[in-house]
Design a protein around this ligand. Sequence first.
Ligand code: NZQ
Ligand code: ZN
Length: 391
Amino acid sequence: MLDFQFYSPTEFVFGRGAEAQVGTLIRKHGGSKVLLHYGGGSAERSGLLGRVRQSLVAAGVAFVELGGVKPNPRDTLVYEGIGLCRHEQVDFLLPVGGGSVIDSAKAIAMGVPYEGDFWDFYSGKSPSAALPVGTVLTIAAAGSEGSGDTVITKEDGLLKRGAGSDLLRPRFSILDPELTCTLPPYQTACGITDIMAHVFERYFTPTTEVEITDRLCEAVLLTMLKEAPRVIADPGNVDARANILWAGTVAHTNLCGVGRAQDWNSHGIEHELSAKYDCAHGAGLAVIMPAWMTHCCGRAPARFAQMAERVFGVTPDPHDPAAVGREGIRRFRAFLARIGMPTTLAELGADPKDVPEMIAKLGLGEDGHMDGYVPLSPADVADIFRIAGEA
Ligand code: NZQ
Ligand code: ZN
């Protein structure tokens, strides 16, 4: 295991009706004027935004509103939010929604105190200040409610890029499993896929002697295999929703990833897909992750065999770990198909003709490669796209 520091300052408030505490929590964490940030309408329709406004008024917290965050959130709305926050002297960001809304709020939080272009933070610069953020989460998926990460798409050129800083870890996050019951089955399944992918990106590591984090990862994956079919069959099952909701947070606070090198190449490749086709991030991962696994299993089979045995119940065969790994990958892909995810580029509506352009945007160059459990050259990424095209 590698040495590490783990900083997770977020106050998680988990429970039915917990959103009623939002005004009090903002006061507790020092906010007096809030930007209430939300998406395309689900939170209004469900009555959640009404309850949040009521709680803010009751706590004497002033607020202005900015809705309209799209999935795969855009830089254009971030610029609008930065201008609004400066004009209104906002001192606290309150995203109500999923990863897209939270990530947009985190971008605004960095942009308000910064004199330059906020996009600098998505091009490698680290922020030295950010407004505080507190979240009300409505979908178990991206894990942004517990992470220091944000992902934004620049409209000009469709560049989807990430930024990260401990300054962006939310001060509080409200997790009410009942709020996730209005999710359509497809979005539920996309979230489940993303949660599993966040674990796999950490699980596939060259670091040895990491039994504790291996076992934490496997616990989250086994939980998803058990709870996903329950919630797809019965979307109102709050007990299953609660387990998935907390799994989503545990998967991405980095509790499961400390002390080990991580991979993240499936995410890097997927971000090109969701930038190009505006597909759901989880759906893109359902296509790319098993293809990435298939490509890498032959080159470094040990961890794939471990995953297959411990998570998917494949019988061990010390003489042929790659075959064991391949059977685990087959079972993972079949699980994704069962919960309604696309598993090929065609099902996602992606055109193989666009693959060279997406690889070029990864910025690897002729001799470049992506570091990870298995380092990837541009030719390797092309092979992953080829596998993702196969039924
Ligand atoms: O916009 P509304 O109307 O709210 O609808 C949303 C949206 O259409 C809907 N939805 C959310 N909660 C709902 C609901 N519909 C009914 N009932 C509810 N309770 O679901 C749709 C998807 O929402 P979105 O916020 O886009 O989902 P998600 O949480 O999966 O976020 C995806 C974004 O997060 C990024 C992804 O790349 C993508 O841009 N990621 C962020 C990460 C982070 N910050 O740490 C890490 C991830 O790996 C990921 O890259
Ligand atoms: Zn993800």
